[in-house]
Design a protein around this ligand. Structure first.
Ligand code: ADP
Ligand code: MG
Length: 259
């Protein structure tokens, strides 16, 4: 089992869209997936059409009041489970900071799931800030997948997340941690800008950048408001093709690493 944090402290770059759709596509390919919504805005939760959370979220486990396993709900998709997001997570930012081992709260809370749950991947949808929740996600993760929007200033801020990753890795909290994957999102083939940004990011990060690029499509933007991942909302379309290809590339990369 591997824990993948979908992280970038910038908002609106496609973290949640990638977390939800990668999770849904991996589940459709029979991987056992737990999607954890760490954003108090709970966009990943609503994007999956989960409206009844029963008060479940990572809030309790983060402050040591409940077990992560008890926060898991089934989704209407085979092989896909979720721990919903909740506005209480905003409070966790402050409360967790007061706890002992405040950087390791999430890691410790998820640890039992490595043994208990027959999962292939836990996908963490991170909030758009370098706060406690995101730092906890980085400390808990085996890998970080960074979505980058094909826009001006795409690389801006990446040095910040990179230095936090190094602090966490070098500080011994999570020694193996690295920015292992980059996904280019909202690619617009009609503009030179998108291609220029992709060239710049590939130049900078080389093989870390997934070959699959996620196009900007109206349907991908609409799907969350219907509470549907793209493979349900528009099974045959550019968005589904892209996220299925990303899931396939993800699986291939991990199979290569394992052997
Ligand atoms: N490939 C895409 N094409 C069109 N709209 C997209 C695409 N990816 C994301 N969006 C939209 O852009 C906005 C920001 O995306 P989101 O995934 O929520 O970013 P983040 O989680 O990084 O803040 C959302 O309204 C989302 O629906
Ligand atoms: Mg988000």
């Amino acid at each position: 089992m591997k824990i993948i944090a979908i992280a970038n402290q910038k908002g609106g770059v496609g973290k949640t869209t990638t977390a939800v759709n990668l999770a849904a596509c991996l589940a459709a390919k029979r991987k056992q997936i737990l999607l954890v919504d760490l954003d108090p805005q709970a966009n990943a939760t609503s994007a999956l059409g989960v409206t009844e959370t029963g008060g479940k979220s990572m809030y309790g486990p983060l402050i040591g009041q409940s077990a992560a396993a008890d926060q898991i709900i089934a989704t209407r998709f085979a092989n896909l489970w979720m721990i919903p997001g909740d506005i209480n997570l905003a409070g966790a930012e402050i409360e967790v900071a007061r706890q002992e081992d405040h950087l390791l709260r999430l890691r410790n809370a998820l640890e039992p799931l490595r043994e208990q749950a027959p999962l292939d991947y836990i996908v963490l949808d991170c909030p758009p800030s370098l706060g406690i929740l995101m730092t906890n996600a980085l400390a808990a993760a085996d890998e970080i997948l960074v979505p980058i929007q094909c826009e001006y200033f795409a690389l801006e801020g990446l040095s910040k997340i990179d230095s936090v990753i190094h602090q966490i890795a070098d500080g011994g909290i999570n020694p193996g941690l690295a920015m292992t994957g980059i996904v280019m999102t909202m690619f617009d083939s009609r503009t030179n800008l998108s291609s220029q940004v992709v060239a710049e990011v590939r130049n900078h990060f080389g093989d870390k950048v997934y070959k699959t690029m996620i196009p900007r499509t109206v349907r991908l933007g609409e799907a969350p408001s219907f509470g549907k991942p793209i493979i349900e909302y528009e099974p045959i379309g550019a968005g589904s093709i892209a996220y299925n290809a990303l899931a396939k590339e993800f699986i291939t990369r991990h199979a290569a690493q394992a052997s």
